[in-house]
Design a protein around this ligand. Sequence first.
Ligand code: JCH
Length: 252
Amino acid sequence: MRIDVISIFPDYLAALDLSLIGKARAAGLLDLAVHDLRDFTTDRHRTVDDTPYGGGAGMVMKPEPWAQALTAVLDVGPDADADDAPLSEDAVPGSGVAADRPVLVIPSPAGEVFRQATAHELAEADHLVFACGRYEGIDERVAEWAADRFAVRPLSIGDYVLNGGEVATLAMIEAIVRLIPGVIGNPGSLTEESHADGLLEYPMYTKPASWRGRDVPDVLLSGDHGRIARWRREEQLARTAARRPDLLPPVC
Ligand SMILES: COc1ccc(Cn2ccc3ccc(-c4cc(N)[nH]n4)cc32)cc1
């Protein structure tokens, strides 16, 4: 997988050099590059923003630097040798993730909510491009213009407002890249975590068996794997009902 990130704060993405993602890059499981949007401006002040048409507070990101940057990442990414053949249909119809069309993720408070299912979908893509906006956002015409060459996906990581797209991009890249085979040492853990089966994960314990007067549930020390599995499922359902009733499967 190839990932390109475009931002006016490229240092914000330095965390992508660390830990599992850093190791995946070193192992050749992931090809990732971060680009400074200001490198795609042409004026002396490297201007990326201007006042909003129609008035209103704040500034809006100018479209041309984005068009220059997005064109550049298409020319260096895995699509670079793509001939001018018409873009293929979606690999999964309606998914927006086509066999050879790069996905342009635009973090936005106005985007579709990014969920674990979205992470699985985007982990199948060959090329992801993240456009990290700042100010009040990016001129709307960029997403319209980009739709000819990208599957454009405005995505939100939750119903709260950040100052820009970088934190959302870090969260989404981490959620996506950990699903790539070989990135996580123990892939079995991917199937037992929250949201993997639609429910919240069960409580976890490790040594010591008794800690400050609090004991690990006896069932987990019983060695009865069937009983342990049943207890864990009951705990998942109880925890999900208490904290995220919206995730509970419908009662038939
Ligand atoms: C018009 O209202 C606003 C619009 C944008 C902003 C700040 N901002 C600028 C770019 C950008 C990209 C993503 C996000 C974001 C994503 C999530 N889930 N929360 N916040 C926020 C962003 C403030 C206000």
